[in-house]
Design a protein around this ligand. Structure first.
Ligand code: BTN
Length: 236
């Protein structure tokens, strides 16, 4: 499969989007530095040195929107699984932030393009903070790097290979069985469960479960609500 390396790019997700017609499914686009990295909810993804920034491009024959939320949760679970192999005590904050010691170490931006019905293209962008020694002031409270928390450097090449191998190995299972196959593992690392959360900055709810398709099952004013997407903050 193709692995495209850029020492500098605007955003690996943008590259895939602009070149999707000519890319083969499962192409990985990797960049050492991004000058216009994008995050979720229209935010920018600040570029840290010595990190992992890559996008996985998938052409799916049948893609229904309902699979996309679970696909992004699945990707978070894969990254978490690889980090755990390195004895990193990481956790998942729904839907797919990876936290270490309460701070974000990895973010995932999944985008859909192409037609929604029938064939479709999915771009899964992964940003993992690995060996940067320091963070800009505005990130100090909310983000971290593996090196900062673990006190050592990590072999980025190995991490990339492990994430991609694990992703590829499990993707068949995901396609065949859906998220439910990964739900127990996801739940065991998900920090939202059993906590009060705030959804999109306004609605408060108590988070009691993760559904078969990865949705957040909450209780709000005594009623059960299912959350498919949105930004969730935890009230400690
Ligand atoms: C988030 O907001 O948590 C998602 C961050 C995703 C960042 C990655 S880095 C590689 C890829 N290219 C981008 O522009 N964004 C994603």
């Amino acid at each position: 499969k193709d692995f495209l390396y850029f020492s500098q790019i605007n955003s690996t997700n943008n590259y895939v989007k602009e070149n999707q017609e000519k890319l083969e499914s499962a192409t990985v686009v990797y960049a050492e530095r991004q000058n216009a990295g994008r995050g979720r909810f229209g935010r920018s993804w600040i570029d840290l040195e010595k990190g992992v920034k890559m996008s996985i491009f998938l052409r799916l024959e049948v893609i229904d929107i309902e699979k996309v939320v679970p696909l992004t949760l699945f990707t978070g679970l894969i990254v978490n699984r690889v980090l755990r192999k390195y004895k990193v005590q990481s956790f998942i904050k729904w839907s797919n932030d990876i936290l270490l010691n309460g701070k974000k170490v990895c973010g995932i931006l999944t985008e859909l393009s192409g037609e929604l019905e029938g064939a479709g293209n999915v771009i899964i962008g992964i940003g993992l903070n690995v060996n940067a020694a320091s963070l800009p002031d505005e990130l100090l409270e909310i983000a971290t790097t593996l090196r900062k928390e673990m006190g050592m450097d990590f072999d980025r090449t190995r991490i990339i290979i492990e994430i991609l191998e694990e992703f590829e190995n499990e993707l068949e299972n995901f396609k065949n069985y859906g998220f439910s196959r990964f739900r127990d593992e996801y739940k065991s690392y998900c920090i939202n469960l059993g906590k009060e959360i705030v959804i999109n900055g306004v609605q408060r709810a108590f988070c009691k479960d993760i559904g078969q398709n990865g949705e957040l099952i909450c209780v709000q004013d005594g009623k059960e609500v299912k959350i498919q997407s949105g930004e969730v903050t935890i009230r400690w």
